[in-house]
Design a protein around this ligand. Structure first.
Ligand code: ASP
Length: 470
């Protein structure tokens, strides 16, 4: 009996000891900091992934591991972008149908449409004007000397030629081609490519209008179905975003090993500073001011809400790939109602490209300067117009802005072969202008939402709850 009691005490002691030692385990193995890491806000995680990616890429270049990075790291970046793109069409379809049918009134849809297009055009024209003012003050084109120009023309001439050819194909179409392109002849065919986003939007809007016009009891099951699909897709985005830090690590590491030599960058520093300076003015001054004036929301609120989408735009150089995350952030963190976000953002991702427009304006004047051309005020006003149209026509994918720049150059009578001059530095600037494109879409969505009483409170908790669940 005594033995039994002793046994029990002993096991109680072990149990207690075991428990306390397991309680201490996390500290010993840094699990506390692991938990903290898990709780870290998403944009910090993405930022850490980016910094580590750049550092690893630089190390790889130093150690000659370029091949390894391209073969074994880059594919994970590509897979990450593919996952984001994969979700774009289902997201647009589900959320736009839900959004439009919730409007319950076609008049509301058209008023939202006018406001959206109006704001998009105004912000783009302002963006290009900012770029033109800067490039005319700094005059970076005159900093390029003749030998450097000849070297760059030779090195990047063939790459530029390929872009010129793509632009030619786009330009050969008739004046009403963009209108024809809007209306698909087959929805399955249109939905099979992310490049056909506007066609899909057209169909979905049309479908949504039909849904508004049929009796409520018939429409309800259709609405419920797409409501459910929408929830599933949003959850899929949450899951994809868990891998974002690793995805951006791979993307940036690969980017660094594939970058051209630093020497060329030096010659283009003045030009790059004009583009980057203009873009940063838009990002940190223009959009927060618009948000403040029209919605009363502050600088911090906007950036805290948008940071993950902005970092992703920077890493992927594609507004289309970033769209699912932009939509999620704008709805959950900026308080824009889904009816507005699902309408304004997909259209914005396709046609509203302030960053691209600014870049096209600066690049056109820079190339003209480098070739010793004087551009009159009328010619520069013409550039505002053509760059607005060219930015609308640019696809939401990496480098698309450069293809459409050819048309701006042609319209202004600037030699398009000059594209070779800016070729080397296009990618980093593309990354930055994509951030601006996405931020502009978010800004306009807030303004439009506010104007029709659809700007509410953000659902901030959601991401943390989700990470806890996982
Ligand atoms: N990469 C940009 C975007 O996706 C387009 C461009 O300027 O090339 O928004």
């Amino acid at each position: 009996m005594r033995n039994e009691v002793h046994q029990q005490r002993l096991s109680a002691h072990y149990i207690q000891h075991f428990n306390t030692s397991t309680l201490q385990l996390p500290k010993a193995f840094g699990i506390n900091s692991f938990n903290k890491m898990k709780k870290l806000e998403l944009h910090w995680k993405i930022l850490i992934g980016m910094v580590l990616g750049v550092a690893f890429g630089a190390l790889a270049v130093k150690l000659g591991w370029n091949g390894f990075v391209v073969d074994w790291i880059k594919p994970f970046g590509t897979i990450f972008i593919n996952l984001l793109k994969l979700i774009a069409i289902p997201l647009i379809v589900a959320s736009l149908i839900k959004g439009v049918s919730d409007l319950e009134d076609i008049a509301k849809l058209s008023s939202m449409g006018y406001k959206t297009i109006g704001f998009y055009l105004i912000t783009t024209a302002v963006a290009i004007s900012v770029g033109l003012i800067i490039v005319n003050i700094v005059e970076p084109g005159y900093l390029i000397d003749e030998p450097t120009r000849a070297e760059m023309m030779e090195k990047f001439g063939s790459g530029a030629q390929a872009k010129i050819q793509s632009a030619e194909e786009a330009k050969n179409a008739g004046p009403l081609q963009p209108l024809i392109d809007l209306v698909p002849d087959n929805i399955i065919g249109a939905a099979s490519s992310n490049g056909n986003m506007l066609k899909v939007i057209f169909f979905v809007l049309f479908f949504g209008v039909g849904l508004i016009l049929i009796p409520k009891e018939k429409a309800q099951p259709v609405k419920d179905f797409f409501d459910g699909v929408n929830e599933v897709v949003l959850k899929m985005i949450d899951l994809i975003m868990l891998t974002a830090p690793y995805g951006v690590f791979a993307l940036l590491a690969a980017l660094i090993v594939e970058l051209p030599s630093a020497q060329i960058f030096v010659a283009l520093l003045g030009y790059a500073a004009c583009v980057a300076g203009g873009l940063l003015i838009l990002l940190f001054f223009f959009y927060p001011t618009i948000v403040k004036i029209f919605t009363g929301r502050g600088w911090n609120f906007f950036f805290k809400g948008m940071a993950p989408a902005q970092l992703l735009a920077f890493s992927t150089s594609s507004s289309a790939a970033t769209l699912p995350v932009t939509m999620e952030r704008v709805e959950e963190h900026l308080g824009v109602d889904e009816e507005v976000a699902s309408f304004v953002l997909p259209i914005g991702a396709t046609i509203n490209m302030d960053g691209t427009g600014l870049y096209q304006g600066v690049a056109a004047v820079f190339i003209a300067q480098a070739f010793g051309m004087e551009l009159s005020l009328a010619a520069q006003l013409g550039i505002i117009l053509t760059a607005t149209l060219a930015s609308i026509g640019s696809a939401a994918v990496p480098s698309a802005g450069m293809v459409m720049l050819v048309i701006v150059l042609q319209e202004a009578g600037i030699p398009e072969a000059g594209l070779a001059l800016i070729f080397a530095i296009d990618r980093p600037l593309d990354m930055l202008r994509t951030v601006i494109n996405v931020s502009s879409d978010a800004t306009v969505s807030m303004v439009v939402a506010k104007s029709i009483g659809k700007l509410g409170e953000p659902k901030e908790k959601k991401w943390d709850d989700f990470v806890e669940q996982v």
